[in-house]
Design a protein around this ligand. Structure first.
Ligand SMILES: [Zn+2]
Length: 136
């Protein structure tokens, strides 16, 4: 895939990695609401500061950007054609951090649900994921 993201856009994406209240997060929160699920946001006392926490379900949700967190097989998880080593190192360290965070959370008794940014573009898809996970 071609490296289409401009420098400005990229640094904006970069700065948004952990800022929260992004559009994908809002979409997930809206869907949780619609299913009557109660949640809390950005619990800084938990590993990785999960985006959304559902204490009743012992579940934390991360809404992951496909590019930064490397959504497997996703077209948004391409590798830029320039400075490939830089990107690869960056991606590797993101993946490693995600893995460590998930391990810590699960050791502490939390279930970890990852929702990918590309999945949040379709309200039906989010709704299905939430239904499958929480309601069954
Ligand atoms: Zn994706």
């Amino acid at each position: 895939m071609v490296d289409r993201i401009s420098k400005e856009k990229r640094s904006r994406n970069m700065s948004r990695i952990k800022s929260g209240d992004t559009k994908p997060e809002l979409a997930v929160r809206k869907a949780l609401h619609a299913h009557g699920l109660r949640f809390r946001l950005h619990r800084k006392d938990l590993p990785g500061t999960p985006d959304i926490v559902l204490p009743k379900h012992s579940t934390v949700i991360f809404v992951h950007g496909c590019f930064w967190h490397r959504h497997k097989g996703c077209r948004f998880a391409y590798t830029p054609k320039s400075r490939m080593e830089f990107w690869q190192a960056k991606f590797d360290s993101n993946i490693e951090r995600d893995r460590r965070v998930a391990q810590k959370l699960s050791n502490a008794g939390w279930r970890v649900l990852i929702i990918w940014e590309c999945e949040t573009r379709d309200p039906n898809k989010i709704s299905n994921i939430i239904q499958k996970y929480f309601i069954k």
